[in-house]
Design a protein around this ligand. Sequence first.
Ligand SMILES: [Zn+2]
Length: 504
Amino acid sequence: MKIFNTQTKRKEEFVPLEGKRVKMYVCGPTVYGDAHLGHARAAVAFDLIRRFLEHEGFHVSFVQNFTDVDDKIINKATEEKTSIGEVARRYALSYLQDMVALHVRRADFYPLATETLPVMQDVIQKLIAKGHAYVGDRGDVYFDTESFPAYGKLSKRPKQEMESLGAQDKGLSEKKNLKDFALWKTRETKNEVGWDSPWGYGRPGWHIECSAMNLHYLGESIDIHGGGQDLIFPHHENEVAQCEALTGKPFAKYWLHNGFVNINHAKMSKSLGNFFTIRELLKQFTGDQLRLFLLTSQYRKPIEFSLDILREKLPLNQRIEAALEYLERNLQVAGLTPTLLYNEAYRGDYGFAATSTTDETEATAEENTRKSLVASREKFLQALRDDLNTPMALAELMNLVKIIQAWNKPPEVKSPSPSIVTIKFTFIILREILDIFGLYPRDSGNLHPAVTHLEKFIDAKLQERTQARKKKDFKKSDAIREELNKIGVEIQDFPNKSTWNWRK
Ligand SMILES: [Zn+2]
């Protein structure tokens, strides 16, 4: 399998550091708002890579962090007169619910920055001791980029550019060099969010967070480090510097970066305000529809988004679903349970010899069909082995769907019906391919069932409260308001009714 490595700027054969084990780290979201389609793209891209690696026989340990301390989270908490923990928890949960809807598998670990502080402080201390970091005149700690001659090797940015970006750090100590970046930022008063440290009360820099988590959860050298292309500089460049200066060993063997989701050719981002949250899209589309749309472009390429472009792709989902339904229906008629059948099938082992039919002519026709199905499957896998070429893989998936569609037509136009043996064979291939793509057409619910359940609960509580208000039982109605408030629900009362919304 070949993957494009940002560090060498070319496609390379993927060979993990240790046998079949793959240590993979992907930078997670800063949790201060609902995740948008840009986050979904990164999540789906790295989920696909993980699924495919596992299909290829690798064992993947997958770590993704949540940045739960950041100026944006602090501002939001101040605005809402709540704690940063409450804001972070709310949006981390919201992110995880979105991921369930998108069929993004759970990471093995989701470390939080605030829980990894001792590790971060330990790393900073060791960097200072080794002469790779220094304490500035106001107590901030900086990484000394001059002490790490390879600085810039990942992003290959010109020195001047790195310096002018570094000059944007405001309100901190004097730096020795403009490229130097903060590992610890001291705070003037303890009224601000922060933690005690050997260098004074303050907060960690963002880059040290991911380095500490990598070292703690995966070790000194990892196989894959992933994230969006916007993270290459300075975030990943700084991670390389911190880790390699500390350990003297190569940090990540492969650096993988996903492209942006664009709207009118501009990057979708929270700061630009041109974004669609996953949550709002899930009101109109299924997780599978969003996921397949994201897979229509190779993960490193930009993908242009609009509601119309998304709608144009929906027939792909419908055709896949119809093909799957046709196969399942036929299996059930023959007394077979599709899920059991698939679970029992070893990948690529269809449970029978290719020449098991006795009738000569039928055997030939069926054999040819099966051969073309196997060829489609192989082309699908080959496309993914070439730096996860999902558009080409999708074309092969649709080829397979086309073969199945031909069986599922009115009698006068359809191809001859295949035997149950071939149906079984086809089902196993299709399900296997859909598993790699992470598509589960049966799971057509828009939001995770837990969310729907919670919303029903809130509606019922609100009705109960309306009844209480009608009876002028304000004690009870206030108690219900209080109860809902605790889970982040805000109620608005109108003369004839009350409505609710998640607290913004
Ligand atoms: Zn990171």
